[in-house]
Design a protein around this ligand. Structure first.
Ligand code: ATP
Ligand code: MG
Ligand code: MG
Ligand code: MG
Length: 477
């Protein structure tokens, strides 16, 4: 089943059940407290909170998402993309828990021939919030799941709240069992690699107050209008249905991975570290392409910084695969071609997007060349002084002035038989961050000053974050 097919099955299923099909919003969220759209519900926040009357009672979408918090996971786990698409169905004060569970079970287990996703009931497990007996009863009634396949978990994994007074509620998540070859028995509570989380159902049910943390608050009572917010990972379902090992091997991603392999002459599947690098390249090229398509350009702060980081990590990964020359003119068209059926604007806009990407690659390769010669000098000096550790302030200066990533400094130093004084480096980084923070506080908040927003958000001073924390990460690599 191609990714496009799964997407269409989803939309048709919910459209046939009274949901208005809403096109994906931009990755650049309209909510100024969010760097990016991190979940399907983000564009619907005003309807969920009741601030704006919903124009429809039921909606469905396939939302483009970016989660920079997952960058470090990319390529190492089987299931995290920086960019991914979240299928969602939403109810604004209309149907609730029972029907949401019924819809989910029906779509998952209806045969492919009848328009469903064709999962075998025996492969599915669910988790519920530990006190949500209602959800357990509905799962038993709808799906006939035995007790041991409905696992009760605590607030940290199965409760949704914004960390602010307002709506909140339990979640129930659906997992696919890949079988004993992928890990130990015991359900999703025991092993998240074997049991893949595919779908999260959020039951926005309570009004909370006295919030002291995301998981400590008092429940005031039931919401007058309860909402349903669900999110299914399109790529996760695709990798399961396409019977491949991970989400970097699906039809929308794999061509770039193969190209990274061809360009480097390294076979995918031969060496673990190389495999991770190829997956990082495939993910980051796609994520950067989608970000640029939504108008983000590389810069040193906010969204542009995230894009720059993705592009540089791509260059860096190709370099670790042994390729020093430019590769974007090959990698990006491959990603465009894999994605253009779902996003035709990629083709129309490609001239603009590619100009930005290619220029960034060339600039970073120049940085690497410049930084490398300075580093070579520092290495000789360190050796002449009979030291085995490269000074932290050298690593910091390379990072600060040349955007030279620390892991690259470490790697080159190691090749020369040296270590790097990481402690001193981290201390200088922390000091610099504190200076920037103090700076941001004295600065007047401009609407476009996202780095300042991130600072404030990091201290919990702004309101809504949707599903996950705001992406405050500001490292280049
Ligand atoms: P995980 O625990 O695997 O990190 P999550 O609990 O953070 O996922 P949710 O916030 O519940 O994810 O998002 C809803 C769904 O979106 C998930 O069930 C999953 O299918 C999908 N999803 C979440 N993060 C990613 C990602 N980085 N890449 C691909 N799909 C994702
Ligand atoms: Mg996650
Ligand atoms: Mg999870
Ligand atoms: Mg989840």
């Amino acid at each position: 089943m191609l990714t496009a097919d799964i997407r269409q099955r989803w939309l048709t299923f919910f459209e046939n059940r009274g949901h208005t099909v809403v096109p994906s919003a931009s990755l650049v969220s309209e909510d100024p407290t969010l760097l990016f759209t991190v979940a399907g519900m983000v564009p619907f926040i005003p309807y969920m909170s009741g601030l704006v009357p919903a124009p429809f009672k039921r909606a469905t979408s396939v939302q483009k998402c970016i989660r920079t918090l997952d960058i470090e996971e990319v390529g190492k786990t089987t299931r995290h993309g920086t960019f991914f698409q979240m299928n969602g169905n939403f109810s604004f004060g209309d149907y609730f828990k029972e029907q949401a569970i019924e819809f989910a079970w029906e779509l998952l287990t209806t045969s492919e021939a009848d328009g469903g996703l064709g999962f075998e009931p025996k492969d599915l497990w669910v988790t519920v919030y530990e006190d949500d007996d209602e959800a357990i009863a509905f799962w038993k009634k709808t799906a006939g799941l035995p007790d041991h396949k409905i696992q009760r978990l605590g607030k940290d994994s199965n409760y949704w709240s914004t960390g602010q007074p307002g709506p909140a509620g339990p979640c129930s998540e659906i997992f696919y069992d890949r079988g004993p070859a992928y890990g130990k028995d015991g359900g999703p509570a025991a092993d998240e690699d074997r049991y893949i989380e595919i779908w999260n159902l959020v039951f926005m049910q309570y009004l909370i107050t006295n919030v002291t943390s995301k998981y400590h608050f008092d429940v005031v009572g039931e919401l007058p209008r309860k909402n349903i917010d669900t999110g299914m990972g399109l790529e996760r379902v695709a990798f399961i249905k396409q019977d491949v090992e991970n989400l970097y091997e699906i039809d929308q991603v794999r061509p770039v991975l193969d190209l990274a392999s061809a360009l480097s002459g390294r076979r995918y599947g031969a060496v673990h570290d190389d495999d991770v690098r190829m997956r990082v390249v495939a993910d980051h090229v796609r994520s950067a392409l989608m970000l640029m398509s939504d108008g983000v350009t590389p810069s040193n702060e906010g969204r542009g910084y995230v894009l720059r980081r993705l592009l540089r990590r791509t260059v860096r990964s190709m370099r670790l695969l042994g390729v020093d020359r430019t590769t974007f003119p090959e990698l990006f068209p491959a990603s465009r071609d894999a994605m253009k059926a779902a996003y035709p604007e990629l083709e129309a806009d490609y001239e603009r997007i590619s100009r930005t990407a290619y220029a960034e690659e060339e600039a970073f390769l120049r940085t690497l060349t410049g930084g490398t010669s300075i580093l070579d000098l520092a290495v000789s000096k360190t050796k002449a002084e009979k030291s085995v550790s490269l000074a932290g302030d050298t690593a910091f200066a390379l990072h600060d002035t040349y955007g030279f990533p620390i892991d690259l400094t470490v790697e080159i130093a190691e090749e020369a038989g040296l270590t790097v004084d990481r402690e001193a480096f981290e201390r200088l980084m922390t000091e610099q961050k504190q200076r920037a923070k103090a700076d941001a506080k004295t600065k007047k908040l401009g609407a476009n000053d996202l780095s300042a927003f991130a600072e404030f958000r990091a201290e919990g001073e702004t309101v809504f974050t949707g599903y996950t924390e705001l992406e405050t990460d500001s490292r280049v690599l």
